[in-house]
Design a protein around this ligand. Sequence first.
Ligand code: ADP
Ligand code: MG
Length: 612
Amino acid sequence: MSDKMSFQADVSKMLDIVVNSLYSEKQIFLRELISNASDACDKLKYLALTHPDIAKASGEMKILITPDEKNKTLKIADNGIGMNREDLVNHLGTIAKSGTADFVRNVKDNGSAVDLIGQFGVGFYSAFMVADKVEILTRKAGEDKAWFWVSDGAEGFEIREAEKETNGTEIKLFLKKDEKQYTDSIYLRQIIRTYSDHINYPIVLCLGNAGEEVVNSASALWARNKAEITSEQYKEFYHHISKNFDEPWLTLHFKAEGSIEYTGLLYIPGTAPYDLFQPDRRQSLKLYVNRVFISDKVEELLPSYLRFVKGVVDSSDLPLNISREMLQQSPLIAKIRQGMVSRILKELKKRAKDYDDYLKFWNAFGIAFKEGIYEDFSNREEIAGLSLFASTQDTEKLTSLDDYIKRVRPEQKVIYYITGDDVRTLQNNPQLEAFKEKGLEVLLLTDPIDEFWTQVLTSYKTFAVKHISQADIDLSFERREKKADEGSLKKLTDLMTEMFHKEVGKVVTTEKLTRSPASLTVENGQMSIHLERLMRNHQQQTAFASTRILEINPYHPLIIKLAEATGDEQLKPKVEEVARLILDQAKIAEGETISDPSFYSEAISNYILKGF
Ligand code: ADP
Ligand code: MG
């Protein structure tokens, strides 16, 4: 009895993309099938830790590749974990959470499939690039029943009970008419060496009369001597474990010795994953104990601000037979994490010397990395030192804190920053005018995370780190312009304080402005306007708004005129109208919303018309 089933809609879409694309590197299907076979062997090996009898029945783990030139078929067989009926339906008929799902999502978002096949592992379905029919015979370890699955990669698949002596999976490809090169042993050998040399298990090419031959090195790449590994091999391994297909930006292979011994082979990808900021994204290092794969879900292996790091950690000092949950609590894991973090930071420090090179890393992962300033107390200053920021010094180039320090004025003891939504608006913020006038550099911080780390990084080396609104230096400077007289200024600030008491705490004069008539700031020590806005957008803490202060510029012709007119009963309506416009403009410069947009636009139109 056989069941006919349809592929889930996403699978059909996927198959359609894969089968019909003109992708030239079709040979990657073999890498995908071998990778699955290797995963299946890993899973059985892990099961064997708790069920030794099951593994014993299976014998030495290996992957067999059998070409049949006459019948134009290619068989990939493993003696790994195998699949039962449920597994076949769930894993090879739907798309669960895997590289394949990412692929489909990205094709939907970005359109071009051909490029993306190269960037993602397309998994099992890539078999249909070269085959017009695929048969699977499989038996799950520890179960009696075996299953047969067959599909032409179009609508769906058929499934029925079958006979199989041993556990594991055999995948038989019926090659398309013009794909018979995949029965050629020389070509197969070459593909396997190129893409799958690093696989932990022997990959055996079975050539009938010509015998059997192990094609790959079949030893864990990370356990080999660095000097014997080529950069190609490192890269292929990265592709295998990360399911990324770009050039890694960093490859870090090391052996830690001391109170706990472990080997790490870590990579920083060349491009950011699409889900770097999705809340459910976790780090995904693979943990091995003595070359036995344990888990890729031990999140404690790296802090979350390094969640983009891919790779393998292998330690023989970890106990093999404890549960994954217990492993997470293990102090040994905490030690490994500490060691790896400092290695990664050290490596970043080296690479940061080359600005253009480092910028590639920074553009891809900088925002996530900066979370470390906030999260990782013990490495705070080091992480801050490895971070780059936009600055008023040179708006084309990002700066590090150390470079900022090199440029400070002799008496300057503070690193100044301002926060906001984007660099361009920030550059024109009236609050910066005095700093520009005095030649003080200001960092322009525009990522939401900047609001958080600046709360905890209050100093860097011997410098305080301060928002410009908290600058306690004298920001007045030589002026040649005329100033409004004190008496009428006082009348004006009193009037405006009274008028706007619902919107601002007070209205004061300032020496810090040059071009702008007014500017909005907050009481010293209070949450910045930008942070408050972020919180509001996330519907948090709306009740605790900071007290706004409206600062007016007594040198500005508009303020001088307004001050002179204050107190004149006849001009009162005009004075109030202009005062309101000044507050609105200050709000706009801060990126705040104004209370009555239609009043504002009507009044502005009138003034434009008069001036025109
Ligand atoms: P991925 O490997 O990213 O999960 P694939 O499309 O390559 O995606 O494979 C889908 C799933 O099918 C695997 O996760 C696994 O559960 C199952 N699978 C594929 N090949 C095998 C195999 N040889 N042995 C056991 N399970 C397999
Ligand atoms: Mg796979």
